[in-house]
Each structure stands twice: as structure tokens, then as C-alpha cells.
Design a protein around this ligand. Structure first.
Ligand code: NAD
Ligand code: ZN
Length: 318
């Protein structure tokens, strides 16, 4: 199924491959994948009434597929015949939730590169700036909602068609969309916790956020060490356990579905390479070319949200 924008407003209608109007069955609900948007028009929503056009409110910056696309059809066919599908996601899956990526056009990388661990440790000014920005910006991240792409992966997982989600993202949006936390592997940590760089103690981000109101430069209450979000910085080793689990999952894949990653960050980008080396097929959904495109069985160069929604609808027979 493909979606097209209706009249340029925030409603969408869904059309099939031939461009015929078909009904949608589900409402997109950020925090409850199978529920309904609070503002869902129950009268018109087919998920409620069993018929009629479902009116889904979508973000204005979500790219909606307008034409049937052969690469998407090939992805659906490839995934349809795969037994064990695993997903590997990057910052590109979260841009439709309003979080900028690193290397895409207009991404953070183009504006300013992130600090290294040694810069953070050695430079008081770097730490001061870091906590000041975090105090201002964390509430927005905390309140960010998953988009159609995250929700589609969660639907595929709970429908038994997707095993694990391995993510480079730190935004927690897969879990917020309903992905099983036990089967979501965060290679670069999470922004929703804060860790002591010296003793390793962890706190919920919200707790440190409250302290920031009176302590601009918080330190560890247990050892006095430096605190930072529990994310992996450049120059810092990846969490070994997460990496080992990701490699094990990669080896067990029939199909590795890469979504929204430039595939240039190592060693995370080895995950799809290990899958290929173990006999898996590779599908890449990304707006731009990646260094692994030539190894992929299918490359879909379209927006993640629309592609994954169409994939989930097709595999779950919606
Ligand atoms: P990246 O920024 O290097 O690459 C993102 C890719 O996704 C780009 O090639 C871009 O063209 C593509 N893209 C952007 N929006 C898309 C969309 N809607 N549909 C399809 N493709 C889209 O991301 P990366 O490979 O994950 O590496 C970046 C590193 O930065 C990671 O290590 C990650 O931890 C971190 N990061 C995380 C977040 C987050 O948690 N949301 C955001 C920025 C950076
Ligand atoms: Zn400590």
C-alpha cells in the first residue's frame, strides 16, 4: 500500500499499487501502536468502524510516497520469503520525528561535530556547555514521539515478522513505539539515562534533569566523578555486551533490513556486513547512497516511515 497526501493538509489517504483508493485500518498512535490517536475521528476511522476512510494526522515533514515504486515491491517480496528478519536502524529513522540526523543534508555533522570523550573529560568549558544544552534540550527529546517507521517495526515485531531491532540511535523511540525492550539492542547507549564516567553508576535522566535546576555542573553522588548521558562518544568503546548480542543476532538473520543509516560509523556498521558474511540477504532503506549499496539485494531510496508502513501492511496482511 502506498500513501499519498490529500489536498496538502495534514490528512492522508492510502492508495494501492494501481493508485486505487483503499481504506486504512490503523490509526497511528505514538505511544500506543494499536490504539487510536486521541484526536482520531471515530466516525470516519475504519479501524473503529470497519469501513470508511481513516483520517490520520501526520507530521508535515513526513515524506509520503506518491507513486508505486518497484524497489519497494522488491523489498516486500524479499521480506515475504525471509524467515528471520532483523532490523538495523540509524538516525535516519528518527528524522520524521523531528530529530536531525548526523550526516544527512542539514544534519548535525554539517553544523558542528560532537565532542570527543577526552575533550569532555579534560575541558571544563565543554562540560559546562554540555550540561547547559542538556538542561534546555532534554525535555524536547523526552517528549518526542515515534513516527510511522518506528511504529511499523514494532508492529512487525509483535506480529512475529521481525526478530530484533539493533539501533545506533540513543533516542529510545523504538521502545516508545512498542518494540520489545528485550529485543531492542542499543549499540550507542541511551540519552534517557545518565552515567558516572568514573564508577559507572546509572540514573534516570529525569532525576539528573531536576538536579540541573540548582547544580549547573552535576557530579556523581556516589564517587564525585563526572556525569554524562549514557551514550557512546567518539573515542569511547561501544558497550561490549550490546555489540556481542548484535553480532549474534546478525549471524542468525535471513534478511538484514537497514533503515536510515549512512553506514559509516564503525564498528556498528559491521553488523550488516556480518549478516551478509553469514549468508543473510541485505535490504537498505535510505534517502541517500551508502557504502554497502553494492552488496544489497534491494536498495529503497525513499523515506523510512512510508516504506516501513507499506512493508508492515504487506507482511501482516493488513
Ligand atoms: P547518519 O546521520 O550518519 O545517517 C543517517 C542517514 O539516514 C543519512 O544517510 C540520511 O540520508 C538518511 N535519512 C535521513 N532521514 C531519512 C528518512 N526519513 N528516510 C530514509 N533515510 C533517511 O546516521 P547513523 O548512520 O545512525 O550514524 C549517526 C550516529 O549518530 C549514530 O552513531 C547515532 O548514535 C548518532 N545519532 C543518533 C540520533 C538519534 O538517536 N536519533 C540522531 C543523530 C545522531
Ligand atoms: Zn561515580
Amino acid at each position: 500500500m502506498l500513501a499519498s497526501r490529500h489536498g496538502g493538509d495534514q490528512r492522508r489517504i492510502v492508495v494501492d499499487w494501481a493508485g486505487n483508493l483503499v481504506w486504512t485500518r490503523d490509526c497511528i498512535v505514538p505511544s500506543r501502536p494499536y490504539g487510536h490517536k486521541p484526536d482520531c475521528d471515530r466516525e470516519a476511522c475504519s479501524a473503529h468502524s470497519g469501513e470508511g476512510l481513516s483520517r490520520l494526522t501526520i507530521r508535515r515533514d513526513t515524506t509520503i510516497l506518491r507513486e508505486p515504486d518497484p524497489s519497494l515491491a522488491a523489498l516486500i517480496e524479499l521480506a515475504g520469503s525471509a524467515r528471520t528478519i532483523n532490523a538495523f536502524t540509524g538516525a535516519g529513522i528518527s528524522t520524521e520525528s523531528g530529530i536531525p540526523d548526523y550526516r544527512g543534508p542539514g544534519g548535525v555533522w554539517e553544523r558542528n561535530a560532537p565532542p570527543t570523550l577526552s575533550d569532555f573529560r579534560e575541558n571544563l568549558e565543554t562540560r559546562r556547555q554540555y550540561w547547559e544544552e542538556r538542561r534546555e534540550r532534554y525535555p524536547a527529546l523526552r517528549d518526542t514521539q515515534p513516527n510511522a517507521g518506528h511504529l511499523a517495526l514494532a508492529r512487525l515485531q509483535s506480529g512475529g515478522r521481525l526478530s530484533h531491532v539493533i539501533t545506533q540511535n540513543i533516542d529510545g523511540l523504538h521502545q516508545k513505539a512498542g518494540s520489545d525492550p528485550e529485543r531492542t539492542i542499543e549499540l550507542h547507549g541511551t540519552a534517557h539515562r545518565v552515567r558516572c564516567l568514573d564508577c559507572g553508576a546509572l540514573w534516570p535522566a529525569e532525576q539528573i534533569q531536576a538536579r540541573l535546576e540548582r547544580e549547573p555542573l552535576p557530579s556523581c553522588e556516589l564517587c564525585g566523578g563526572l556525569l554524562r548521558a549514557a551514550t557512546v562518544l567518539f573515542g569511547q568503546a561501544m558497550p561490549e555486551d550490546a555489540l556481542r548480542r548484535a553480532f549474534t543476532v546478525a549471524r542468525a538473520s535471513d534478511l538484514m533490513l537497514v533503515v536510515g543509516s549512512s553506514l559509516v560509523v564503525q564498528p556498528a556498521a559491521r553488523v550488516p556486513q556480518i549478516a551478509i558474511a553469514s549468508g543473510a540477504r541485505l535490504a537498505i532503506v535510505n534517502n541517500e547512497p551508502t557504502p554497502l549499496d553494492n552488496l544489497a539485494d534491494v536498495v529503497v531510496r525513499l523515506s523510512a516511515g512510508a516504506v516501513l508502513s507499506a512493508l508492515a501492511d504487506a507482511l501482516l496482511d493488513v
